[in-house]
Write a protein that binds this ligand. Sequence first.
Ligand SMILES: [Zn+2]
Ligand SMILES: [Zn+2]
Length: 97
Amino acid sequence: MVDELFEVFEELFERRNKKKKKEKEGKSGKGGNAAAPATPPIFCVDCGARNEGGARFCMECGALLPSPGEELRCLSCNAQLPLKAKFCPRCGAKAAV
Ligand SMILES: [Zn+2]
Ligand SMILES: [Zn+2]
């Protein structure tokens, strides 16, 4: 009797393991890239139009758009500038646009 019970338990345990393995395989196979967020929209510095992420130029006015992750920096003192800055707040140099 005890042996039979043990066998049943063993079988159940094996089934569980198999199920878990299958679930893991399914998740890593399909859902790998699904969680990746879409590129955020880029707002034009000149006219404020909302452009799709990855766009290089504004679809409204044709201005060059800042690429995501790219920072606007002062050419004179290398201070980080806000995207709309026309002059460096630190040294007063004209910001390149
Ligand atoms: Zn624009
Ligand atoms: Zn500066």
